[in-house]
Design a protein around this ligand. Structure first.
Ligand SMILES: Cc1ncc(C[n+]2csc(CCOP(=O)(O)OP(=O)(O)O)c2C)c(N)n1
Length: 628
C-alpha cells in the first residue's frame, strides 16, 4: 500500500497539502483503484476519472461537516479511500464487505444512499432545506455526471433548485460519456462548451455575418456589443444554466487539482445555487481504461497488465436476446430496439451496429423510454425496450398508464431480473413480478433457459393485445433437456410439467424462470432419498396456468413455489391466492426473497444466505414433508 495513504490523516490533512503532494496522492489512489477493481470487479473508469476532482473537493469542503451527494454513487471509491476506508476497499462489493455505493449506515461521510441515477440534486436540495430549517451551516453539494443529467429527475430538481438562495453547489462531472457515449441535446450543448466551440465559432460567425450586411452591418455589431446581453445566450459557456438561475463556473480542467480548488473556492464564496462544470476523462491515468471507457465502466475481475477480463464462457441471456432481436429485425421491418443508456449491458450494441436507424438510446430516461415505445406502438411498429429489472422500477406508472391501460403491444425485455449481486440493494432485480403482476392487460413471462427466451420473443413479436414482458437473469444455470423443451413449445398462459406425470406426490415444486433449474436439482436430490416429487415450470407469472397448477397440486401432499423475486405480492403469492380461490387447501411454502433490503455479494452467496440454494430448498422440502 502506498506511503501517503498510510501516513496522512485523511481527509483532514488535505487542505494543508501542496499541489505536488496532492498529485502524488492522486497517483497512489489510482494504483489502489486498479489493484482492487482488477480483483473484485467494480466501476473503474468513472472512479479513475474523478480522482483529482474528489481531492480538490476535500481541500475545500469536509465530507463529515458538509453534505456531499454522489449521483448514482458508482464513482464513490475515491471518496471512500479518503474517508477512512482505504483498508476496507479490499472487501469492496464482497458479501459483508464495503459497498460499491455510498451507504449512510457504513460511514457518516456518506450523506445519502444512491445507486439509481439522477437523484443527487433532489437529495442534496432536500438536505439543504432540512439543514436550513435547523439553521445548519453545512454546504450541500450534489456531484452529478453528464450521463445522470439526462435523467428526468435531474431536470425536475434543477428547476426547483434554481430558486434557492442558500449555499447550494452542483458539480457537473462532464466526461462526455454515460456508460456508452452520452446522447441528446444537453449532451451536445455540454460538448460545445467542452470544446470551446459555442463561444469562439458562434461569436466569430455572427460578427462576420453581421459585418457583411450592407450599410447597417457595422452599426449592428457595435449595437450588439453595447447590449451584449441580447446575444449572450448564444455565446457564453453555461449560459443556459445562468438563464435558469444558477451561477456558472467553468469549464474547469478536471485533472488539474489547482484549477479545481480555485473554482470550488470561488463557488464556496458565492450565494445562491452555483454550477461548477468540471471536464474529466473517464479512465484517466490508466491507458487501458482510457481507451475503453465503456468496457471499464463496470467490469468484472481482470488482468491489470493486459486489461483482459476473466469473462464468462457461457452465453448470456442478454447476448441471446440481442442475437435473436437482430434475426427478428431482419425478417420484420416493424422491429425497433430501445434502451435507456444501457446498450452494452442489455446486449443491444450488436443491434445498433446492424440497424442504426431502428435503434434508440434515449439517455437515462426509463420513463420516457416506455412512453415513447407506447407512442410508437400506436403507429404499428414493434418496439422492444430492453431494460434492467431494477431500472424498470422508475417506469411503473408509464407501463401501467401509457402502455397497459391502452393495451399497447410493446415488448419489455427485463434483463438482470432476480439477484444481480455485487452492486447491492439498489440494484437487485427482485421486485418486478411483484410490481407488474397486477397491471391490467399485461403478459409476464420468465424463460427458464435461452431456448424458451427465443420462443417467447417470437411470441411477443406477434402478440398484439398489450405489453409483453420477458424477464430473465444474466445466465441460465441448468443443463436442460433441450429436445424436451423444443417438443413442448411455450403457449401463452400455460406451464410445463418437467418430469413424467405420477400421482400422490410428496411435494410438487411450482417454479418460475431461473428457479426451475434449482427446483429440478432439489427434486433430483429428494428422489434419491426416496421421495415422490415433480417440478412445474410455470413459464408465465401472468396469466397464470391455474388449471395446470391446480391439477398438479391436487395430486400432492404439499407444494412449494419458487421465484427469484420478493415473496410478498410476487409469483408465489399469486399461486397461493389462486389455489385458495379454487378451493385447494394444501400445505404450502413460498420460496423467495424477503422484503428487507438484499445487500451486495456474489449471487451464489446471496442465494445461500436467503435459503434459496438447492440444498436449503431440498432441506426445507424434507422438513415440510416430514411434518405432515
Ligand atoms: C435509473 C438508472 N438507470 C441506469 C443506470 C445505469 N448506470 C449506471 S452509471 C450510468 C452512467 C452514468 O453516467 P455519468 O453520470 O455521466 O457518470 P460517469 O460514469 O460517466 O462518471 C448508468 C446508465 C442507473 N444507475 N440508474
Amino acid at each position: 500500500m502506498g506511503s501517503l495513504l498510510d501516513k496522512l490523516n485523511l481527509p483532514e490533512d488535505l487542505p494543508k497539502l501542496d499541489i505536488e503532494t496532492l498529485d502524488e496522492l492522486a497517483e497512489e489512489i489510482r494504483q489502489r483503484l486498479v489493484d482492487v477493481v482488477s480483483k473484485n470487479g467494480g466501476h473503474l473508469a468513472s472512479n479513475l476519472g474523478i480522482v483529482e476532482l474528489t481531492l480538490g473537493m476535500y481541500t475545500v469542503w469536509n465530507p463529515y461537516k458538509d453534505r456531499i451527494v454522489w449521483d448514482v454513487g458508482h464513482q464513490c471509491y475515491v471518496h471512500k479511500i479518503l474517508t477512512g476506508r482505504n483498508k476496507e476497499l479490499a472487501t469492496l462489493r464482497q458479501l459483508d464487505g464495503i459497498s460499491g455505493f455510498p451507504k449512510r449506515e457504513e460511514n457518516p461521510a456518506d450523506a445519502f444512499n444512491t445507486g439509481h441515477s439522477s437523484t443527487s440534486i433532489s437529495a442534496a436540495l432536500g438536505i439543504m432545506r432540512g439543514l436550513g430549517l435547523q439553521k445548519g451551516k453545512s454546504k450541500c453539494i450534489a456531484v452529478i455526471g453528464d450521463g445522470a443529467l439526462t435523467g428526468g429527475m435531474a431536470f425536475e430538481a434543477l428547476n426547483d433548485a434554481a430558486r434557492v438562495f442558500n449555499d447550494f453547489v452542483i458539480i457537473l462531472n462532464d466526461n462526455g460519456m454515460s456508460i456508452s457515449r452520452n446522447v441528446g441535446g444537453m449532451s451536445r450543448y455540454l460538448g460545445k462548451i467542452r470544446t470551446g466551440r459555442s463561444y469562439i465559432r458562434i461569436k466569430k460567425g455572427l460578427k462576420n455575418t453581421l459585418y457583411k450586411i450592407p450599410f447597417i452591418g457595422e452599426k449592428l455589431v457595435k449595437l450588439i456589443q453595447k447590449f451584449k446581453l441580447s446575444i449572450k445566450i448564444l455565446v457564453i459557456p453555461g449560459e443556459i444554466f445562468e438563464e435558469l438561475g444558477f451561477k456558472y463556473i467553468g469549464p474547469v480542467d478536471g485533472h488539474n487539482i489547482k484549477a479545481i480548488r480555485d473554482a470550488l473556492q470561488k463557488a464556496d464564496f458565492m450565494y445562491g445555487p452555483v454550477i461548477v462544470h468540471v471536464v474529466t476523462k473517464k479512465g484517466y491515468g490508466y491507458k487501458i481504461a482510457e481507451d475503453n471507457p465503456d468496457k471499464f465502466h463496470g467490469v468484472g475481475p481482470f488482468d491489470k497488465e493486459t486489461g483482459e477480463v476473466y469473462s464468462e464462457k457461457r452465453i448470456s441471456f442478454s447476448k441471446s436476446f440481442s442475437n435473436h432481436l437482430c434475426e427478428l429485425a431482419e425478417k420484420d421491418e416493424r422491429v425497433i430496439a430501445i434502451t435507456a443508456a444501457m446498450q452494452n449491458g442489455t446486449g443491444l450494441s450488436d443491434f445498433l451496429a446492424k440497424y442504426p436507424d431502428r435503434f434508440y438510446d434515449v439517455g437515462i430516461a426509463e420513463q420516457h423510454a416506455i412512453t415513447m415505445a407506447s407512442g410508437m406502438a400506436t403507429t404499428g411498429v414493434k418496439p422492444f425496450v430492453a431494460m434492467y429489472s431494477t431500472f424498470l422500477q422508475r417506469a411503473y406508472d408509464q407501463v401501467l398508464h401509457d402502455a397497459a391501460l391502452q393495451s399497447l403491444p410493446i415488448v419489455i425485455a427485463v434483463d438482470r431480473a432476480g439477484i444481480s449481486g455485487m452492486d447491492g440493494e439498489t440494484h437487485q432485480g427482485i421486485y418486478d413480478m411483484a410490481y407488474l403482476t397486477h397491471i391490467p392487460n399485461i403478459t409476464i413471462a420468465a424463460p427458464c433457459c435461452i431456448e424458451e427466451q427465443i420462443q417467447l420473443m417470437d411470441m411477443a413479436l406477434e402478440y398484439d393485445k398489450g405489453p409483453f414482458v420477458i424477464r430473465y437473469p444474466a445466465y441460465d444455470e441448468y443443463e436442460y433437456d433441450r429436445k424436451f423443451l423444443a417438443d413442448n413449445p411455450c403457449i401463452i398462459g400455460q406451464g410445463l410439467l418437467m418430469e413424467e406425470e405420477k400421482d400422490n406426490y410428496d411435494i410438487v415444486f411450482i417454479a418460475i424462470g431461473k428457479m426451475v433449474g434449482t427446483a429440478l436439482k432439489a427434486s433430483h436430490f429428494l428422489k434419491e432419498k426416496g421421495y415422490n416429487v415433480n417440478v412445474f415450470n410455470a413459464r408465465f407469472a401472468n396469466p397464470l396456468d391455474v388449471s395446470g397448477i391446480k391439477d398438479l397440486v391436487s395430486k400432492a401432499k404439499c407444494y412449494m413455489t419458487l421465484e427469484d423475486g420478493v415473496k410478498v405480492s410476487g409469483f408465489g403469492s399469486s399461486v397461493v391466492c389462486q389455489m385458495a380461490e379454487e378451493g385447494i387447501q394444501k400445505p404450502c411454502r413460498i420460496i423467495g426473497f424477503p422484503s428487507s433490503p438484499i445487500p451486495h455479494g456474489s449471487i451464489d452467496a446471496l442465494f445461500k444466505r436467503y435459503g434459496m440454494d438447492v440444498q436449503s430448498i431440498a432441506d426445507a422440502a424434507i422438513d415440510m414433508i416430514e411434518k405432515l
